[in-house]
Design a binder for this molecule. Structure first.
Ligand SMILES: [Zn+2]
Length: 315
């Protein structure tokens, strides 16, 4: 009896030990299962949040603007669009009227201007780990043949002129100020030269040149109006800009800038808030202009885009 007791005691200890082990195992199995369930639901949240990448047009023309919509990212970090070696900031879309947010994800938008000189073909548009292919179509821009004496064949600007213009084009503010299609900058004016026209000077195609805006022919003094609400970011009222003449640049927000050049008079100043249709000044022929006209341009993330689409579509 005295001899047996230790065995019984040992057996009891072993039994208790095994029992605890099995309880511990079952607890850890439960925890593991719970963790797995949580991980699965996180994965599904991530994939829900990450699942969409939409393009307003997968076959844009050279010079066209397209809209990229995505629910990728979270509330803290705005995603970016990668396209043609550029990274383009996206902005939350839900604050605007007529935009439903899908599920719990925040919708982000970015505008993408297809460069005029981009070779037609397939290009990836990426947001996070999502990618879609766009097929850029040839816009068949017209080629204008010019014969010019050598000394007139230049686009020389005054000191600081291009820098001021480039700085204005690079403006990127977060608030979208426009809603709806853009208004024409000159009422009832004939478009005398359309966007994208290439030039062949003395028989040679200028490889980097294209008409970066649309020209509206009108008499000197005809009112020029802002195409959409925005803020004046450049207003050069002195006739010292050899290339652009008197010009005004308006920031419409989120990387969209409109420019008005060769103006006769300017009615606004830097920092002014303007409404769509508000008079900015008048048509002139200052700078490098053969006759009175407004050269009007729209830039999206510093890329010149065809204004025609902005007069027809709400971006
Ligand atoms: Zn022009």
């Amino acid at each position: 009896m005295h001899q047996v007791q230790p065995y019984a005691f040992k057996a009891l200890i072993t039994f208790i030990f095994l029992l605890r082990l099995s309880v511990a195992e079952s607890v850890s199995a439960q925890e593991k299962a719970q963790e797995e369930t949580e991980a699965r639901s996180q994965t599904s949240q991530i994939s829900q949040r990450d699942h969409s990448l939409q393009l307003s047009n997968a076959s844009p023309l050279q010079g066209e603007t397209i809209k990229v919509t995505s629910t990728a990212g979270d509330a803290q970090t705005s995603p970016a669009v990668s396209f043609n070696g550029e990274s383009i900031k996206m902005f939350p879309a839900e604050s605007r009227k007529g935009n439903e947010t899908g599920g719990d994800g925040t919708r982000y938008e970015a505008l993408l201007a297809i460069p005029v000189l981009l070779t037609p073909g397939n290009y990836p548009v990426k947001v996070g780990n999502r990618s879609q292919t766009i097929h850029v179509q040839n816009a068949h821009f017209r080629i204008q043949n010019l014969t010019l004496p050598k000394d007139k064949d230049n686009f020389n600007a005054s000191p600081g002129e291009k820098e001021e213009m480039n700085k204005a084009k690079a403006t990127l503010t977060d608030t979208r100020m426009w809603n709806g299609i853009f208004e024409k900058p000159v009422s009832g004016a004939r478009m005398s030269s359309s966007f994208g026209v290439r030039r062949r000077v003395n028989g040679k195609l200028l490889p980097d040149y294209f008409h970066s805006g649309a020209d509206f022919a009108a008499g000197i003094g005809t009112p020029i109006k802002s195409v959409a609400p925005g803020v004046v970011i450049a207003a050069r009222p002195h006739k010292i800009a050899k290339l652009h003449g008197n010009f005004v640049c308006i920031d419409h927000g989120q990387g969209v800038i409109s420019i008005y050049i060769h103006m006769n008079s300017i009615d606004v100043k830097k920092g002014d808030r303007v409404e769509a249709g508000q008079k900015l000044g008048t048509v002139g022929r200052t700078g490098r202009a053969n006759g009175p006209h407004l050269h009007f341009g729209i830039y999206v993330n510093q890329t010149a885009t065809n204004p025609k689409f902005w007069f027809e579509q709400n971006f």
